[in-house]
Ligand binder design. Structure first.
Ligand SMILES: CC(C)(COP(=O)(O)OP(=O)(O)OC[C@H]1O[C@@H](n2cnc3c(N)ncnc32)[C@H](O)[C@@H]1OP(=O)(O)O)[C@@H](O)C(=O)NCCC(=O)NCCS
Length: 194
């Protein structure tokens, strides 16, 4: 086993991919976030939070996220297409363990923008950021096996399947099985530097 150092948290800094900008949310994003994904029950089917009933609800969530940016271990990015400032989804750290130098990633994207490889692009960028800049040791994510597109994003981003825990999670469909993918700093180094 490797000896692990604590991560060097940097907070939600702006990141760029080929087609996308990842930036901090602003309170003024509420109407776009509500319209583009938070109000869509198809998008939230496999998520732990329920579909927003009003822009007011979205504003409350955004207020919490924006306040969180004062902490250096708060990671919550709005996903925007280059050339537009309108957020179309989010990608964030939903759990972390500093002692393990581990972050757990979650994401969602508006239906109109799915199937274009966007989330894979985001997750690949976060993997680079967390290994190269924050210096974590493990990045993990999990999904309901009935939502294979999410697992596919993890696999395409270079994460390794670690197994399925039975009835170990919940989402808007109730208690569910949960499948884990993860990538270690050593996997990343091997992949990128041979
Ligand atoms: C899951 C989600 C993030 C994927 O984002 P995306 O930008 O569409 O993902 P990508 O285009 O990068 O990749 C999706 C992959 O899943 C595949 N896929 C889509 N539907 C699938 C299905 N029903 N079965 C198997 N694979 C599927 C796509 O073909 C693609 O793989 P490919 O490139 O090998 O063809 C998006 O659908 C989403 O936000 N869903 C709602 C919220 C959610 O479920 N979040 C994850 C919770 S764990």
């Amino acid at each position: 086993m490797s000896s692990v150092c604590y991560p060097e948290h940097m907070g939600t800094v702006p990141l760029e991919t080929k087609r996308l900008i990842l930036r901090r949310f602003r309170r003024s994003d509420a109407p776009s976030m509500f319209r583009n994904w938070a109000s869509d029950p198809v998008v939230t089917t496999y998520l732990m939070w329920t579909t927003h009933a009003s822009v007011r609800e979205t504003k409350r969530v955004l207020s919490r996220w924006v306040s969180g940016y004062s902490q250096s271990d708060h990671y919550q990015w709005a996903i925007c297409e280059k050339g537009s400032d309108d957020p179309i989804g989010s990608i964030s750290v939903v759990d972390k363990n500093n002692r393990l130098a581990m972050v757990h990633i979650g994401y969602c994207l508006g239906r109109a923008w799915q199937g274009r490889g966007y989330m894979t692009e985001c997750l690949e960028r976060l993997i680079r950021f967390f290994f190269e800049d924050v210096k974590v040791n493990r990045i993990e994510a999990r999904f309901d096996p009935r939502n294979p597109a999410s697992g596919r994003v993890m696999a395409k981003s270079g994460m390794i399947f670690e197994g399925t825990h039975r009835q170990a999670d919940y989402n808007n469909l109730g208690i569910c099985d949960t499948s884990f993918y993860a990538i270690l700093a050593a996997d990343y180094r091997q992949k990128n530097h041979g």
